[in-house]
Design a protein around this ligand. Structure first.
Ligand SMILES: [Zn+2]
Length: 125
């Protein structure tokens, strides 16, 4: 059914959020089959930062995508437009720290130097 609509639905819109200013950029249509995983980083021109910055891709089907991006952005997960993998994040010694997500410090950009991070070579006390 609705066979002649197939072409129209062959494009899937993705929203993009700047990893530097956190604002939403221009949406990009992806061809079906060329969609990327949610959270994929793509370099786009940010009209607020006035330069090319990595943006996080959020697809229509990523229901919590914007929330996830805002958490990553607010906690300072992005450094130079790159997201450090969770396994490579520093451990956090303070379980009540708002930047502590499952024992890992998400404040990769050091906007909050709390002193809770366990740096390598630091745990020999
Ligand atoms: Zn920006």
């Amino acid at each position: 059914m609705m066979k002649n609509m197939a072409k129209f639905y062959n494009m899937t819109p993705s929203r993009f959020f700047c990893t530097q200013c956190g604002r939403e950029g221009i949406p990009v249509q992806r061809k079906k089959g060329q969609e990327r995983e949610g959270g994929h980083l793509k370099k786009l021109y940010c009209m607020y930062c006035k330069q090319e910055i990595n943006h996080v891709e959020i697809r229509n089907i990523d229901i919590n995508g914007i929330e996830q991006f805002q958490q990553e952005y607010n906690l300072g997960r992005f450094v130079d437009g790159k997201r450090i993998e969770i396994k490579d994040l520093l451990d956090c010694s303070c379980t009540t720290c708002p930047f502590n997500i499952n024992g890992k410090c998400w404040n990769s950009n050091w906007s909050n130097d709390c002193g809770h991070r366990i740096k390598e070579g630091d745990n020999n006390e």
